[in-house]
Design a protein around this ligand. Structure first.
Ligand code: FE2
Length: 322
């Protein structure tokens, strides 16, 4: 078998890195660019029920909390709306440094964050890189937590971001555009240390394919790749609450605020998420759901679906269906 070309997708590698505790822990935070930061904050606090962290920022960013992390969403003034970067959390310094080395060895630029930018993210260290499809990532470790109680302005009791008290599930999940699909999948599975949970061929979208990937936590997927481009740099992000009533209350708030419902209530086949999709100011789709699956990866087998939903999730794109 000498000289045989290796498959670009080697799930066994991510299994090995997971065993050594070297793989990515979670999708920890998002940096979102907004042409109207105040409108995004009104949506984040008034509709999603997130807490304004009340942090000062020299560049005028605002910060939204979901738990004891100092922020999960950073909303930054920008000329164009869209995702700026995804923060990927590593369990410790060793895992962080080894991953940075592996990313650099694979030929990607890895830029260490300055002291000022590190403090802004409330992390011990971070480095910026891009995946093969051009998505900007910030690899980090050692977050400084905020122990002030989470007080949702809408009375949301809590967001699903932890397990067994201390394990980090991350902020939720996100779907990134990946026009260079195979190389980008290999980047996350072989270098970052994710595993492919399941594969979806969305019905009615010829040629479309999604890889749902898990980090080293039980959330069914922390990051997914869609084999296309997207003008906002992200297909959607997901925020999870604890009960159906909290989803329903958010739906009421969204209606009162005049938010666009991108999809009706529905339940996904893969992560079991019962959710609606709303459009944030500027156009990023935000899935708001509950009941997401937590998985023991020890015995997991990657599955393939040709249906995305058990029921519901009827899509309504602004300017197309209305
Ligand atoms: Fe989702």
């Amino acid at each position: 078998m000498a000289g045989r070309k290796k498959s670009p997708i080697m799930p066994a590698v991510s299994s090995i890195t997971r065993e050594k505790g070297m793989s990515v822990s979670a999708s920890g935070y998002l940096r979102i660019g907004a042409t109207d930061v105040d409108a995004w904050m009104d949506f984040g606090t008034g509709v999603l029920g997130l807490m304004d962290a009340g942090r000062e920022d020299a560049a005028g960013a605002r910060f939204l909390r979901m738990d004891d992390h100092p922020f999960r969403l950073m909303i930054e003034p920008a000329e164009a709306d869209g995702l700026i970067a995804t923060g990927l959390e590593f369990p410790d310094e060793v895992a962080f440094l080894r991953t940075c080395d592996a990313v650099a060895e694979a030929g990607h630029t890895v830029a260490p964050g300055s002291a000022e930018e590190t403090a802004r993210r409330c992390v011990t260290a971070f480095a910026t890189t891009t995946d093969p499809s051009g998505n900007t990532l910030e690899l980090y470790w050692g977050r400084t937590l905020d122990y002030r109680p989470l007080i949702s302005p809408q009375g949301v009791p809590g967001f699903v971001t932890t397990y067994q008290q201390t394990g980090d599930l991350g902020f939720g999940h996100l779907v990134l555009p990946a026009a260079d699909f195979d190389a980008t999948t290999a980047f996350y599975t072989q270098i970052i240390g994710m595993g492919i949970t399941d594969i979806l061929y969305p019905p009615g979208m010829a040629g479309a394919k999604i890889h749902f990937m898990h980090a080293n936590n039980p959330r069914q997927h922390s990051l997914a790749l869609f084999n296309s481009q997207h003008p906002l740099g992200v297909v959607h992000i997901m925020v999870e609450v604890e009960t159906m009533d909290e989803v329903g209350r958010a739906m009421d708030r969204a209606r009162s605020a005049g938010s666009h419902f991108l999809a009706t209530l529905g339940r996904h086949v893969n992560d079991n998420m019962c959710s609606v999709y709303l459009l944030a100011p500027g156009g990023i789709a935000v899935e708001y759901g509950y009941d997401g699956l937590l998985i023991d990866w020890e015995n997991h087998v990657t599955t393939v679906s040709i249906e995305g939903d058990l029921w519901g999730h009827e899509y309504s794109f602004p300017g197309v269906n209305d």
